[in-house]
Design a protein around this ligand. Structure first.
Ligand SMILES: *Cc1c(COP(=O)(O)O)cnc(C)c1O
Length: 477
């Protein structure tokens, strides 16, 4: 299996070659040359596999340059009930991603039982083990530099902690995260984890990371890398739970289902799109946004118009507060019949701050064949859904999952079982849960009292020179 760039101007690479990198040299994103197909016989054989065995079956179609025994070992140590047992006490952790049925034909797929209580752990834990494996083979090291406003940074730290050959330097806005989020990240005492709280906003931290990344000589000399959502390893790991959820919600492989996906950077739902392209019987992919509705606008009108950061709202489902969707280009590549020149044309507009519109073109008709629906949810909808689900089913859902449920219920086609992806647990978003339910969310026992643990974090001004000095002094010579 080789990987090609969505912009059509980069050499084809293997899974391992793109694992540690980011964008393709032509500025595009990597995708498989062709999607591996899953036969009906394979689907039948996969129906009753454990999560780890299923992950091996799926991922061995993508990571073809990793010896099967090695890949199996990496996956077996990743997808265990010991790693994914942090969620609700009544969950069946052996399933890794248990399906919770709210009523006949309406389900929640629990993806947030990992160490940081968000679905990012599903892919990031695998990435940590893949990185360690690849680096050991190449006798190399990697220093991950990132900025986070919450979920991604903590998932990366929990995935990379204690891993040989890897250090994580994670910038976060000083005093802007919740006490729980701070405790989750800063209480890690591992020697390879460095928390840096920046006196400024998330954007300031992000700009510092960009400044270091754009200094190509420095980046190469100090082996600096990232783990952002465009990483193909992350997308491929997310394909697995669409299969798992499908099998759990159906009796036979003749049935179709709908997935509803709370979306931001289009990474999660992109994995659903790929699962469908591989042959999983997904009848409908429902994309839910919050008030930041660039993606809903595209799927309902054909216009893709990313917003400036000053037009990105801060909402109560903060992990979906994006102005442009970094993985969206992958889907558009498929939509335009894998025409790299067309993608280059569209993104020359997007990268210049503009937009593109497919309404009325052949692409608009092509779009209908991909079975997407979309909708948006507001703060009011979110609170109402959290309340409604709690009153009717006795289940607390977090604000992001609530956005997915709201839009899923509105957009689902009758007779299709609906699987709503649970992207985080309510414990991460106490304030909004209290606003909705006038009570604190349940907190998993393992995380009780983490705010009281000792914390390891340095505070720094938003100054790139200071950051570089800090990095250099914490790397081996
Ligand atoms: C990251 C995240 C999302 C958005 O996922 P994308 O892959 O960026 O579309 C939704 N909900 C939660 C809780 C997240 O952490």
């Amino acid at each position: 299996m080789k990987y090609i760039s969505t912009r059509g101007n980069a050499p084809a690479k293997t899974f391992t070659e793109i694992l540690l990198g980011g964008l393709a040299p032509d500025g595009g994103l990597y995708l498989p040359e062709t999607y591996p197909q899953v036969t009906r016989a394979e689907l039948d054989a996969w129906r009753n596999l454990s999560y780890a065995d299923l992950a091996f079956a799926v991922l061995s179609k993508f990571a073809t340059d990793i010896p099967a025994a090695d890949l199996r070992a990496i996956i077996s140590k990743t997808y265990t009930a010991e790693v994914y047992n942090k969620g609700r006490a009544d969950s069946d952790f052996e399933q890794i991603t248990p399906l919770r049925t709210l009523e006949k034909g309406v389900h929640i797929l629990e993806l947030s039982n990992g160490p940081t209580l968000a679905f990012k752990d599903m892919a990031m834990q695998l990435l940590g083990n893949l990185f360690e494996y690849a680096l050991a083979k190449q006798h190399d090291e990697l220093n991950i530099l990132g900025a986070t406003s919450g979920d991604t940074g903590s998932a990366a730290e929990y995935a990379m902690r204690g891993k040989r050959g890897i250090r994580v330097f994670m910038l976060s806005p000083n005093g802007k995260m919740s006490a729980f989020q701070r405790a989750q990240m800063y209480s890690l005492q591992d020697e390879n984890i460095f928390n840096i709280a920046i006196n400024g906003m998330f954007d300031d931290a992000q700009d510092m990371v960009k400044a270091v990344s754009n200094d190509h000589a420095y980046k190469a000399a100090h082996k600096i890398g990232t783990v952002n959502s465009i990483n193909w390893g992350r997308v491929s790991a997310q394909i697995v739970y669409y299969f798992k959820g499908y099998f759990a919600a159906t009796q036979s492989n003749d049935e179709q289902v709908a997935f509803s996906v709370p979306s931001g950077n289009f990474g999660n739902i992109c994995a659903g799109h790929i699962a469908r392209m591989m042959g999983l019987p997904i009848g409908q992919l429902i994309l839910a946004t919050n008030e930041n509705d660039v993606l809903d606008e595209f799927f309902s009108t054909g216009l893709y118009k990313p917003r400036a950061t000053d037009h990105t709202y801060q909402t109560s489902s903060p992990s979906m507060d994006i102005s442009k969707a970094s993985n969206f280009e992958r889907f558009v590549f498929d939509l335009v019949g894998r025409d790299g020149a067309k993608v280059r044309e569209f993104w020359s507009k997007v990268d210049a701050g503009g937009s593109f519109d497919i309404k009325g073109s052949d692409y608009w008709h092509a779009l209908q064949k991909f079975h997407f629906s979309s909708g948006k949810s507001s703060h009011f909808d979110r609170l109402k859904t959290i309340r409604g689900v709690f009153e009717e089913y006795g289940v607390m859902v977090d604000p992001h999952t609530a956005d997915g449920i709201k839009v899923g219920m509105e957009q689902r086609r009758p007779n299709l079982p609906l699987i709503c992806l649970e992207t985080a647990l309510p414990a991460k978003f106490e304030e909004t849960m209290i606003e909705a339910l006038s009570r604190k969310p349940e907190r998993p026992a393992a995380l009780e009292g983490i705010e009281a643990l000792p914390q390891k974090c340095v505070v720094m001004d938003a100054d790139v020179v200071k950051l570089k000095t800090y990095l250099t002094s914490h790397l081996p010579r």
